[in-house]
Design a protein around this ligand. Structure first.
Ligand SMILES: *Cc1c(COP(=O)(O)O)cnc(C)c1O
Length: 409
C-alpha cells in the first residue's frame, strides 16, 4: 500500500538532512518606518509579543512599497474600482490601469509595447516557453547563473538548451559558432545577478548576437527602477536597450508592488499575448496593484534622487564592512554580499543577529549559491541610515568574534 503521508514526510526530511530546510520569518512591515518591521518570533506568534527589528535583506530596494505616491494611488484605485480585476485579460479582466501601465513600461524601455504578467517568475516562464514554440528548432543559450524562472521556461518549451559559463563571452561565442547559421538562436541572460551583484557585459553580448544573428532576451529584474536615467535598468544606463529584443522585469522588487512584464517590438508582444498559456489562462493583476506599480514607475522615471541615494548607501556599507575587516565580497552593484563560507555558520550568524541584535538578514546557502560561498546578502536602501549601519557593523563585529569567524585578509 502506498503511504502518501510518508512520502511527503520523507521529502521534507531529505531537505532537512541537506541543511536546506527553511523557516519563514514572520514579519509585519510598518508603513513610514521601513526598514523597521515587527517580528513575530517564527511560529510562536501566540506566545510572544512581536518585537521591532531592522530588515537588511528586502528586495524593496528603494522603499517604494511605502512611498506616499504608491500607497495613495492604490487607495484611490481601490475606492474607485474595487479589489479585483474580475477575469483574465481576454475575458473582462483588462482595466484601463493595465493599458496605462503597459504603455508606461514600453516607454520606460524605449520599446513599442509591453505585456503584464502576474509575477516576474511567470513572465520568464511563460515567455521563454512560448518563444521556443514559436521558433521551431530553436536553441536557447542560457547563462549558467540564470534564475530558476528562466530555467523552467526553457525546460517547458521544445527548444534545445546550451549553457554558457557565467558572463563568459568567449564561451558564448564558441557555442554560437558551433550552430548552423540558419538555426534560430536565443541568448537568455540577466543584467544584475542578484547573489554576487555582478553585471553582464550587455553591449558585447549584443555584438555577438548581431554577428551570429541571435535573438536576445534580458532579465532586468534586479535593475529596473535602479539603473539608467529613468530607471530603465542597466540596458538604459549602457545605452543598449534598443539592441535587446525582449526586456523582462518585475514590479515586485524596486517598483515595490507585485507583477511582472516583458517589453519588445509590438509584433513580438502580440505573439506572446496570443500564445502564452501563463498569460492567457490566469486572472489579471488586481487594478489596485497595477495602479500602485504605475505610480511607482512614473515616480522613478521623473527623478534620479532615490537611485543616487541608493548607490551612495551601498557604497557606504561596503566601505564600513571593509574598514572593519569583514569579508565583504566584490560587487559592482547595489548588492552587498558578505562571505561566511559554511552553511551551518551562515545560519548561526543569521539567528544570532536576529536574537541578539534585532537585525534580520537571511542566510544564503547552497543551492542558491555554490558550496563554500555561503553568505549574508545585504540590500541597503535609501532608508537605511548611518545609525542603522552603525548598529549593523557593531552587531557583525560581535557575532564574528563570538563565533570565531574568519575576517578579511
Ligand atoms: C525575483 C526574480 C524573478 C522573479 O520575479 P518575481 O516578480 O519575484 O516573480 C525573476 N528573475 C530574477 C533574476 C529574479 O531574481
Amino acid at each position: 500500500m502506498v503511504d502518501y503521508h510518508e512520502a511527503f514526510r520523507a521529502a521534507v526530511d531529505a531537505v532537512r538532512a541537506e541543511g536546506r530546510y527553511r523557516v519563514f520569518a514572520d514579519l509585519e512591515r510598518m508603513r513610514g518606518q521601513f526598514p523597521r518591521a515587527l517580528y513575530y518570533g517564527g511560529h510562536n506568534e501566540h506566545e510572544r509579543e512581536p518585537r521591532e527589528i531592522t530588515v537588511w535583506c528586502s528586495n524593496d530596494y528603494l522603499g517604494m512599497g511605502q512611498h506616499p505616491a504608491v500607497v495613495g494611488a492604490m487607495e484611490n484605485a481601490l475606492q474607485k474600482v474595487g479589489a479585483g480585476a474580475g477575469g483574465t485579460r481576454n475575458i473582462a479582466g483588462t482595466t484601463h490601469y493595465h493599458m496605462k501601465l503597459e504603455r508606461a513600461l514600453a516607454d520606460l524601455h524605449g520599446k513599442e509595447a509591453a505585456l503584464l504578467f502576474t509575477s516576474g517568475y511567470v513572465s520568464n516562464e511563460a515567455t521563454l516557453s512560448t518563444i521556443s514554440r514559436i521558433l521551431p528548432d530553436c536553441v536557447i543559450l542560457s547563462d549558467e547563473l540564470n534564475h530558476a524562472s528562466m530555467i523552467e521556461g526553457i525546460r517547458g518549451g521544445r527548444s534545445i538548451k546550451r549553457i554558457w559559463r557565467h558572463n563568459d563571452l568567449e564561451h558564448l561565442e564558441e557555442l554560437l559558432a558551433e550552430l548552423p547559421a540558419d538555426r534560430p538562436k536565443v541568448i537568455a541572460f540577466e543584467s544584475v545577478y542578484s547573489m554576487d551583484g555582478d553585471i553582464a557585459p550587455i553591449a558585447e553580448i549584443c555584438d555577438l548576437a548581431e554577428r551570429y544573428n541571435a535573438f536576445t532576451y534580458l532579465d532586468e529584474v534586479h535593475a529596473v527602477g535602479l539603473y539608467g536615467k529613468r530607471g530603465g535598468g542597466v540596458s538604459e544606463r549602457d545605452g543598449v536597450a534598443h539592441r535587446i529584443d525582449i526586456i523582462e522585469g518585475t514590479l515586485g522588487k524596486a517598483i515595490g508592488v507585485m507583477g511582472g512584464y516583458i517589453a519588445a517590438k509590438a509584433d513580438i508582444i502580440d505573439a506572446i499575448r496570443s500564445y502564452a498559456s501563463g498569460f492567457i489562462f490566469t486572472t489579471a493583476l488586481s487594478p489596485v496593484l497595477v495602479a500602485g506599480a504605475l505610480a511607482s514607475v512614473e515616480t522613478l522615471k521623473e527623478s534620479n534622487h532615490l537611485r543616487e541615494q541608493h548607490q551612495e548607501r551601498a557604497a557606504r556599507l561596503k566601505k564600513l564592512l571593509a574598514d572593519e575587516g569583514l569579508p565583504v565580497m566584490e560587487s559592482v552593484s547595489h548588492i552587498v554580499p558578505v562571505k561566511v563560507g559554511d552553511p551551518v555558520h551562515c545560519k548561526r550568524v543569521s539567528d544570532y543577529l536576529l536574537e541578539q541584535h534585532n537585525i534580520y538578514v537571511q542566510p544564503i546557502n547552497y543551492p542558491t549559491v555554490p558550496k563554500g560561498t555561503e553568505r549574508l546578502r545585504f540590500t541597503p536602501t535609501p532608508l537605511h541610515t548611518d545609525d542603522h549601519m552603525g548598529d549593523l557593523i557593531k552587531a557583525l563585529d560581535d557575532v564574528w568574534t563570538a563565533l570565531k569567524l574568519k575576517r578579511a585578509a
